[in-house]
Ligand binder design. Structure first.
Ligand code: ADP
Ligand code: MG
Length: 256
């Protein structure tokens, strides 16, 4: 159904940690092709929601549907295979390996995908390896990492490591990319580049983006839609302008 419906549908998700209701019946949709931001003060439940989407946490109730798949009944390793990629706030990289090796690992996390199966008419493993190498090269260029490709990740500046993390997450050819605080730790110049990059990921790679982000300037400048959480509940949803002016959002950020 082109141009309509939702790619991701979150319905009445509840997550408890002991006495804490980390998510209290949260529902929202992510539509194909959009950049959607999830905001809220510390402890609002943003990371918990991301962890449910990537099957790191179990929900107590509710349903999550991605492209016809019921996420709650899928094993964790299937998440990349069905087309969800994610980055981690603290980076999920192999620090002693090179940039290229890290991106290649990401490519192999979805080796059942059509892009590798059909890419070349080579037999078996050689075909998959060649397709993975070609994809890694493309992503290294896309993220302007060519000059660092053979460098060990641990030796690179943090902002560059974050681009490697993006390349790793994109390597599995996701339809939906989950970004957990992509602006965190970046300097002013890197921040401007990040906004352009996230738009390029959507426009050129045709990847739908859901991001958790504290940097309001970035959220307001790149998002099509914003969902605001506070104390595990959705308090507002709409365009960046609508959500920024919403009384509950203002109250939540003033910490009343
Ligand atoms: P945010 O990412 O919006 O800052 P979190 O999702 O990390 O918020 O946390 C939401 C609430 O759930 C907080 O009260 C937090 O302490 C609690 N919480 C999150 N993860 C766990 C966990 N693994 N064990 C216990 N409590 C948790
Ligand atoms: Mg968090």
């Amino acid at each position: 159904d082109p141009g309509s419906g939702s790619l991701l549908k979150v319905e009445n998700i509840i997550v408890r940690f002991g006495g804490i209701l980390a998510l209290n019946s949260v529902s929202f949709d992510v539509r194909p092709g959009e950049i959607c931001a999830l905001i809220g003060p510390n402890g609002a439940g943003k990371s918990t929601l991301f962890n449910c989407l990537s099957r790191l946490y179990e929900c107590d109730s509710g349903s999550i549907t991605f492209n016809g798949h019921k996420l709650r009944s899928l094993r964790r390793h299937r998440i990349a295979e069905i087309g969800i990629g994610r980055t981690f706030q603290n980076l999920a990289l192999f620090r002693s390996m090179t940039v290229r090796e890290n991106v290649l690992m990401g490519c192999h996390s979805r080796h059942h995908a059509g892009f590798l199966r059909n890419a070349f008419r080579l037999p078996g493993a050689a075909r998959i390896e060649a397709a993975a190498r070609a994809r890694a090269d493309d992503l290294i260029d896309f993220l302007q990492l060519a000059e660092y490709a053979e460098r060990v990740v641990a030796d690179l500046p943090f902002g560059t490591q974050k681009r490697v993390e993006l390349a790793r997450a994109l390597a599995s050819d996701p339809q939906l990319l989950l970004l957990d605080e992509p602006a965190c730790g970046l300097n002013h110049e890197e921040l401007e580049g990040l906004g352009v990059l996230i738009r390029d990921i959507r426009d050129r790679l045709k990847v739908t983006v859901l991001l958790v982000e504290h940097h309001m300037g970035l959220v307001m400048s790149i998002s099509d839609r914003v969902v605001a959480l506070n104390f595990g509940k959705k308090i507002a949803e709409g365009t960046p302008a609508e959500v920024r002016m919403h009384p509950e959002v203002i109250r939540a950020y003033l910490g009343e």
